[in-house]
Design a protein around this ligand. Sequence first.
Ligand SMILES: [Zn+2]
Length: 260
Amino acid sequence: MQVLELALPFIWGMMIGSFMNVVVLRLPINSDIIFERSGCPKCRGKINWYDNIPILSFIILKGKCRNCEQPISWQYPLFELWHGFLALLIFNNWPSFDGLGWGIGLSHFFMASIFSAHILIDIKHQLLLDKLNLALLPFALVIVWFAGNWFDAAVGAIVGFSFPLLVTWVFYLLRGQIGLGGGDIKLFGILGLLFGIKGVLINLFTSCMLGSVITIVLMASGRVKRDQSIPFGPYILSTALIQLLLPEYFAQWQNFLIPY
Ligand SMILES: [Zn+2]
């Protein structure tokens, strides 16, 4: 029973992860997500259903396409495993999986899943897609509706949207460069709704700090050039993942920054 209780959410999570692989691949290039059969990105050969089972097919095929024998990216099985892990974590963290608990737990899972897809797409294409930002909205509303504070959420959404917009505008006036893209600003609006005023401001501070430190390290090691534009979304979203999934740890960090 114990094993089944763990295996079911894990397998379910990996199945969603498999679908999210398709989203990450196709959404940025506006290709059909639901109705087009999966094809090998290298030889374009169609993939049979039995070669498309999360993790198992990757192992059986030894990481190579059955048709052209080109290697399949590790990103696919890793992203499936990550979703299995997310489902397990969330399933274990919601002791009250009755009635409301399901809605809140599933909303957490899908938000974490969309955050993760957002990270991969931003790294690859330097885009925070409006469609994904919009997809986050209903899950954020469910969480706020059942577990949050409406006033804090509403003010958080306004602050989350307008504060980065203001900073970007001032930065533009001073330097003639656009700091944050529109996608980042909309994402902050949604995070403000979800995490409230304090939560979104601390995300902004934390992700700026993370981004600066990692960028300095990458520049010092010669991996990125000074004038290269660097996506900021992955820092916002990794911080948001910790905020969403490990709120007790994030609260310690928040109390450390704002002790009152
Ligand atoms: Zn192939």
